[in-house]
Write a protein that binds this ligand. Structure first.
Ligand SMILES: NC(=O)c1ccc[n+]([C@@H]2O[C@H](COP(=O)([O-])OP(=O)(O)OC[C@H]3O[C@@H](n4cnc5c(N)ncnc54)[C@H](OP(=O)(O)O)[C@@H]3O)[C@@H](O)[C@H]2O)c1
Length: 261
């Protein structure tokens, strides 16, 4: 994106000429990641599952700001749809250098109330979805021979666990194991794989837990004393995607206000 923001960036943080796919970028953290990567100069593919309208609006915003973006709808849990979607991304952007596995859902329930169906739904999107995307994208990252990047959005809950979130925690802890394995496997080809673990970030996903009394209880547990923003998570992702992070792989970068140290 040839605007004043990217022009002022040091080369080590610039994403000029890079091509990125962000899954689940129609809303929340994914939307902020796509916006930030585009502002750093990357051409960005905005993936969504059902919310095409907001994804198209984001594309228009990025283009209006002088950036390059495209929109691609697919369900990350559907391996065939992922293969077709990433094929489209590669055709439209002319390649792929950066994959951000951000798409995710949460279904909270205490163990006794949880159902096998809920577990399957969470694992299908959060864990299998990231696996399908990494598997297909890796071929293109290898082909590009351009310091490829895989960045997986896990969660503080994957590191620490949380009552009522055993299904979600399992998916996010699994993602950390996957990230480290990919880091081992792909390092020889110059591709890094890292994870970001956000704490509580104000988005649709956390709407219920960051209101009223629940908010006060939550704030009491966060040393920095506030809920995080999607833009703060996006900054960490943009760093891991940049040349500045070229010697970092298999890392878990916490963006949690001190909630887990
Ligand atoms: N918010 C937090 O506090 C927090 C903390 C730690 C980790 N995280 C993680 O950060 C990521 C983003 O969370 P968020 O809070 O931004 O969530 P959000 O506001 O609920 O947005 C979820 C995004 O994921 C997409 N998505 C859901 N299922 C999908 C599927 N099967 N295929 C493709 N896209 C799909 C949604 O697309 P549609 O709009 O089309 O439905 C949407 O763009 C998630 O992985 C979440 O687990 C969030």
């Amino acid at each position: 994106m040839a605007d004043a923001t990217s022009a002022a960036l040091p080369e080590s943080l610039s994403l000029a000429g890079r091509k990125a796919l962000v899954t689940g970028a129609s809303r929340g953290i994914g939307r902020a990641i796509a916006t930030t990567l585009a502002a750093r100069g990357a051409a960005v593919a905005i993936n969504y599952n059902s919310n095409e309208g907001p994804a198209k609006e984001l594309q228009a915003e990025i283009e209006q700001a002088g950036g390059t973006a495209t929109t691609v709808g697919f369900d990350v849990g559907d391996a065939d749809a992922v293969a077709e979607g990433i094929k489209q991304v590669v055709e439209q952007l002319g390649g792929l250098d950066i994959l951000v596995n951000n798409a995710g859902i949460s279904i909270d329930a205490l163990l006794m109330r949880a159902s096998p169906e809920s577990l399957q739904a969470i694992l299908r999107t959060n864990l299998e979805g990231a696996f399908h995307c990494a598997r297909v994208a890796a071929r293109h990252l290898l082909k590009a021979r351009s310091a490829g990047r895989i960045i997986n959005i896990s969660s503080v809950v994957g590191e620490q666990g949380n009552a009522g979130q055993s299904m979600y925690a399992a998916s996010k802890a699994g993602l950390l194991g996957m990230t480290k394995s990919l880091a081992h496997e792909l390092a020889g080809r110059g591709i890094t794989a890292n994870a970001v673990t956000p704490g509580f970030i104000e988005t649709d996903m956390t709407e219920a837990s960051v209101q009223g009394k629940a908010r006060d209880a939550l704030l009491a547990k966060i040393p920095l004393g506030r809920i995080g923003t999607a833009a703060e998570v996006a900054e960490a992702v943009a760093f891991l995607a940049s040349p500045a992070a070229g010697y970092i792989t298999g890392h878990v970068l916490r963006v949690n206000g001190g909630l887990a140290i």
